[in-house]
Design a binder for this molecule. Structure first.
Ligand SMILES: Cc1cc2nc3c(=O)[nH]c(=O)nc-3n(C[C@H](O)[C@H](O)[C@H](O)COP(=O)(O)OP(=O)(O)OC[C@H]3O[C@@H](n4cnc5c(N)ncnc54)[C@H](O)[C@@H]3O)c2cc1C
Length: 394
């Protein structure tokens, strides 16, 4: 049967009739939506979708929004939805997909990403966290860092070294790690905004059953590429209405406070407004191109633009507001569940956007990716690619 927009509307109406949002518990509604295949329509049947083009999601979302139905508050589980889910979909066993995707999508289980380490950020493949096989389990020891949301997370995507005797990219395996394991210790890291969105995570004799390995032993680097390519699209390519991002608050101030305007600021704001719109529409096109496929290195370009624009726009906003822009009234070490650029003040936006050119791959590293994999320019010299990880200088 062909599932087109009309059929999706019919199925959405059926869901609403069977589970009226006004009288149905939020979680129950979300589970019923998942089971009806209306959660992420491009996912396969039985896993929250119907195997139809991703662009048709908008049809379902519009009907549900008009009916006042609850959504899954996707910003609270950005790593789960944007990165863990597509990786599980691509590499997971049937059992793993059935176990993890539903609670992830409805938001019952929030996910974090245990990738970066104190000695392995841009050079992620150099990571030293060890996983050693013991019977049906893997025993994991090591330290991760900058783990966003680890304090709220039930599960983590984790990469660890399972073979130190082969070159660094070859000896890595990908796992799904239970954050409630007694060997997982989460400590806050306070950042420039005063808050602690992220953490250091210490892993001491954490036991991960082999059934929570994602992909083959030693194939973790390839599996992680799916996560990382999706991360860049999730960070830089999110769907926004016009003026929905950083440009919104500064445009509002510009309209409401004519006394702050100068000719120079006007020219800069106009240019940034146009750049933002170009970037927003390019992200839309990228999402349409992806349909149900996996993103490639093009996502790096979106993330580069996102970081540059956020930093320039928030800088302009602070300048526009003059002394007011320098005020920052809350240095409490909070543990926010999500990053909310638009709901906070100008000082927050300015400080928080500094991290945009580091998270999800630094600007320099993403430029290398675009140069090599999009433009086909010669790659950086890699002297360590044939050396066993254990023999690398660290
Ligand atoms: C807000 C935020 C949230 C984060 N959340 C997570 C998370 O949830 N999970 C997680 O695993 N990690 C997370 N990270 C970590 C992030 O992925 C790393 O910080 C990032 O990959 C850079 O690694 P690093 O900090 O070790 O810097 P380094 O790799 O040490 O880089 C230092 C500097 O050297 C430059 N550099 C390095 N290599 C090259 C090169 N080959 N060519 C040119 N320049 C180079 C970099 O661009 C940078 O300027 C987060 C970071 C931030 C800021």
């Amino acid at each position: 049967m062909t599932i087109d927009a009309a059929e999706l509307r019919r199925r959405t109406a059926q869901l609403l009739a069977a589970h009226p949002p006004a009288t149905t518990d939020r979680l129950e509604f979300l589970k019923a939506r998942f089971d009806a295949g209306l959660a992420w329509v491009h996912y396969p049947e039985g896993l929250g979708g119907l195997g139809v083009p991703r662009s048709l999601q908008a049809v379902v979302d519009a009907e549900l929004e008009a009916a006042g139905a609850p959504d899954n508050d996707s910003r609270r589980n950005g790593i789960g939805l944007g990165m863990a889910a597509p990786t599980i979909l691509k590499y997971g066993t049937e059992e793993q997909k059935q176990r993890f995707l539903r609670p992830l999508w409805v938001g019952e289980e929030v996910w974090c990403q245990l990738f970066s380490e104190p000695g392995a950020g841009s050079d992620l493949a150099a990571l030293g966290t060890r996983a050693v096989r013991e019977g049906d389990d893997w025993v994991v020891n090591g330290q991760k860092v900058w783990t966003s949301g680890a304090h709220n997370s039930r599960w983590a995507i984790l990469i660890a070294r399972t073979d130190p005797d082969v070159p660094k990219h070859a000896g890595i395996t990908y796992f799904l790690c239970d954050m409630t394991d007694p060997g997982v210790e989460v400590r806050p890291l306070r950042q420039i905004t005063g808050e602690a969105e992220f953490n250091e995570v210490f892993l001491t004799d954490v036991r991960i059953p082999d059934s929570c390995r994602l992909g083959e032993v030693g194939d973790g680097w390839r599996v992680a590429q799916t996560t990382l390519n999706n991360e860049r699209v999730a960070i830089g390519g999110m769907r926004l209405p016009r003026e929905g991002g950083m440009i919104g608050p500064v445009s509002k101030t510009w309209r409401e406070r004519p006394e702050l305007r100068t000719h120079d600021l006007h020219q800069r704001l106009l240019k940034l407004w146009v750049d933002t719109e170009v970037s927003r529409l390019t992200a839309e096109r990228l999402r349409q191109q992806l349909v149900a496929g996996q993103p490639g290195p093009e996502g790096a370009g979106m993330k580069l633009a996102f970081a540059r624009l956020n930093q320039e726009i928030s800088g302009l906003e602070v300048e526009l507001r003059g002394e007011e822009g320098l005020l920052y009234d809350d240095w409490t070490m909070r543990r926010p569940e999500l990053v909310d650029f638009v709901g906070r003040d100008a000082g927050y936006r300015y400080l928080r956007s500094k991290g945009n050119s580091i998270e999800g791959g630094t600007t320099e590293v993403l430029l290398n990716i675009v140069a090599e994999r999009v433009l086909g320019l010669p790659s950086e010299p890699r002297t360590d690619k044939d050396v066993a990880w254990k023999d690398l200088a660290r």
